[in-house]
Ligand binder design. Structure first.
Ligand SMILES: Nc1nc2c(ncn2[C@@H]2O[C@H](COP(=O)(O)OP(=O)(O)OP(=O)(O)O)[C@@H](O)[C@H]2O)c(=O)[nH]1
Ligand SMILES: [Mg+2]
Length: 664
């Protein structure tokens, strides 16, 4: 049996889905969180209403008794407007679920019923979950559930999804309804006519007036509105957003999170664990090479990454609180005025904030941007936001070169913001995109953020981080250690310069000369970063581990390799060149065509490379009064870049635009 969860965005579908299946899919307090359908089995305890037949003990999860629940992206109407809405339409019309559970936000009944009445016309049994009862009660409004249920001709259950209230009854009724196989629908004149939507709205309005008892008139100003007059105002909106982000980052990165990470990096992973492991392995009498693999490869590499876990956990805890309060949707409104100018939509800020966790969901969240051009630009620019995996890289360099400085992280985010603005303008000019009108986003009312929710999100992130560190990063570390320890004819090398790693790094090293990076080490670190950004830290740690000192120590070994200006330039390179392979995969599947994927990668490569180059060359001249390595080469590259960009902007041919592409 298949149960589909459908309803307007932000009505609580995923919250309900998680409660009834035990999954931990992403929930957020803004419309458009879920952009793909998700499937899972219904928990056993909700199947009491089911005829379990002669099944003994009910162990079998297969066949007739298996109940699959499908969580769908939110939709306002059966005629899709955005790509994730069409996923919902295609599923309910094409894959004929046995029953549709329509989740309605009880505080916006009238708007929700539009989609409800359309769902009922599909002929598939519909059961309504009248969700967010807690908020409805607080508002003093009330809905006559019995009357409404009779009028619509389907069962309605009152629920509070995040408290698991009403869900037993809901699932019981849904399973019952599934066996009926039919659904009556609302009769009104003009169905199928061009006037249909308007007539449907009128009919729904009448129904709402009849069954919704309002405590106060709808025109009254709510507390949320009052708060928005300040938080979402054109004057205060942006500075307040900046202040909030600054507070979150300084608490989680420079404050508590930073101190915990410092402790882990310097004491635990820098001394205690490697020393203990060395003593232990020596005691066992293992081969020194194996000992080196474990201590200098696995522990040094993974430890260097895991050390940043507290910082990342605290950051996600704070961001989850902020999101849950309902503020995110406001940020979209605030940013719209500015983003429109650079070819983006206000909604583009959501992919970017999601992208501060990981670029993959960030890039996927770009689906909610309606306009195709704005969506493409959003997809290309979202990876400029430093993701969780880039944080260890930033934190490492900040700690070594600017110990105690609190400006590094804010500066990096400001820089990312500048890159997004300039990048947007450039893309708009190159592809001759035109500005679009403002967008519409629904603002959920503010609420006190839930600690339970934030802890859950934080633990999910922590789990993902640890899993990544102990799988892909561990494998890469072993590989890097191996490549640095051995030469091509599998001989242990004394001098790392003769290793496999050195010769592989040496192949790309010339490409980095204009940037002023000399030597194979930096090339090797940057290269492993394309697999996963944490690898940059891990690879540096492995390469420099011989020096008996924690890599993250201020003024430590890293400062023999980099000047502070070079360090910033190297950071820029890692932040703004294409993200890791997994994120590139997401961009490829979201951006629509190979041609656009190629453009995205080229664009990011060119941006990251040029910025890193300019920062190092110019910075070295200004701050140290001397020329950096590769100065002449950098001038040549700069001339080429400027030439190509000027050509692309000046060129008359408009056929590269998406419109030509879309009209095929
Ligand atoms: N107060 C209250 N909040 C709820 C309830 N159900 C869900 N929420 C909150 O509503 C917000 C949206 O929840 P989601 O489950 O992400 O909504 P969704 O319908 O999946 O949204 P989209 O994926 O964007 O379509 C979250 O902040 C939830 O915590 C409820 O019954 N009461
Ligand atoms: Mg959802």
């Amino acid at each position: 049996m298949k149960i589909a969860l459908a309803g307007n965005p932000n009505s609580g579908k995923t919250t309900l889905f998680n409660e009834i299946t035990g999954k931990t899919e992403y929930v957020g307090n803004w419309p458009g969180v879920t952009v793909e359908k998700k499937e899972a089995n219904l928990k056993r305890k909700f199947k009491v209403g089911m005829n379990l037949g002669n099944q003994k003990g009910g162990q079998s999860e297969s066949g007739k008794n298996r109940v699959r629940v499908v969580d769908l992206p939110g939709a306002y109407s059966i005629s899709p407007y955005t790509s994730e809405e069409s996923i919902t339409r295609d599923f309910v019309t094409g894959e004929s679920p046995d029953v549709i559970v329509n989740i309605i936000d009880a505080t916006s009944l009238e708007r929700s019923l539009f989609f409800t009445t359309q769902l009922m016309e599909l002929g598939i049994p519909v059961v309504i979950a009248l969700n967010k009862q807690d908020i409805l009660k607080k508002s003093g409004n009330a809905i006559d559930v019995k009357g409404l249920s009779k009028e619509l001709g389907c069962e309605i259950v009152e629920t509070v999804a995040n408290d698991s209230k009403g869900l037993d009854e809901l699932m019981g009724k849904a399973i019952d309804a599934a066996s009926k196989k039919t659904q009556s629908s609302l009769e009104f004149e003009g169905l199928g006519s061009p006037e249909e939507d308007k007539l449907r709205q009128q009919k729904i309005k009448q129904i709402t007036i009849k069954y919704l008892k309002r405590a106060k008139s709808p025109s009254e100003i709510t507390t949320s509105d009052k708060i928005d007059r300040v938080l979402a105002s054109s004057l205060w909106g942006l500075p307040i957003f900046g202040l909030i982000m600054w507070a979150i980052y300084s608490f989680s990165i420079n404050g508590l999170g930073g101190s915990l990470s410092d402790y882990l990096n310097e004491s635990l992973f820098g001394e205690t664990i490697p020393n203990a492991a060395n003593a232990f392995l020596e005691g066992l009498g293992v081969h020194p090479l194996l000992q080196s693999l474990i201590v200098d490869g696995a522990i040094a590499g993974v430890g260097a990454v895991i050390g940043f876990l507290p910082l990342i956990m605290l950051l996600f805890f704070c961001l989850a609180l902020l999101e849950d309060s309902g503020y995110m949707a406001r940020v979209a409104v605030i940013m719209d005025r500015y983003f429109k100018k650079i070819g983006l939509s206000g909604k583009s800020i959501i992919p970017m904030v999601v992208g501060s966790g990981c670029s993959i969901p960030g890039v996927m969240a770009a689906r909610t941007v309606e306009d195709e051009n704005e969506r493409k630009i959003t997809t290309m620019l979202t990876p400029f936001v430093p993701c969780g995996a880039k944080l260890p890289v930033i934190a490492l360099f900040a700690g070594v070169f600017f110990p105690g400085a609190t400006w590094v992280f804010p500066a990096i985010y400001v820089m990312a913001g500048v890159m997004i603005v300039l990048g947007g303008l450039l893309l708009k000019k190159i592809f001759k995109f035109e500005s679009k009108s403002s967008f519409i986003i629904e603002l959920p009312s503010y609420k006190a953020p839930s600690l339970k929710h934030a802890v859950k999100q934080m633990m999910n992130q922590a789990k993902a981080f640890i899993v990544k560190a102990s799988t892909i990063i561990l494998v890469m570390n072993t590989l890097v250690w191996f490549m640095q320890t051995y030469s091509w004819n599998i001989q242990v090398v004394e001098d790392p310069g003769a290793s496999i790693l050195a010769s592989v790094g040496g192949i790309i090293a010339p490409l980095l000369i204009p940037l002023g990076f000399v030597g194979w080490q930096m090339a090797a670190a940057a290269l492993t970063g394309f697999i996963a950004k944490e690898n940059v830290v891990a690879t540096l740690a492995i390469m420099l581990v011989a020096s008996e000192e924690a890599i993250s120590a201020p003024g430590g070994v890293l400062s023999e390799m980099f000047t502070p200006v070079m360090a910033i330039s190297f950071l820029m390179f890692n932040l703004f060149t294409p993200p890791c392979f997994a994120a590139l995969g997401a961009i490829k599947s979201e951006i629509g065509s190979n041609k656009w994927f190629g453009r995205a990668v080229l664009f990011q490569l060119a941006v990251g490379y040029t910025v890193a180059m300019v920062v190092n060359q110019l910075g070295t001249i200004i701050l140290y009064g001397e020329l950096a390595n590769g100065f002449v080469a950098s001038l040549v590259v700069l001339v080429i870049v400027v030439g190509v960009v000027t050509y692309l902007i000046k060129r008359k041919d408009k056929s590269v635009g998406v419109y030509a592409h879309a009209t095929k």
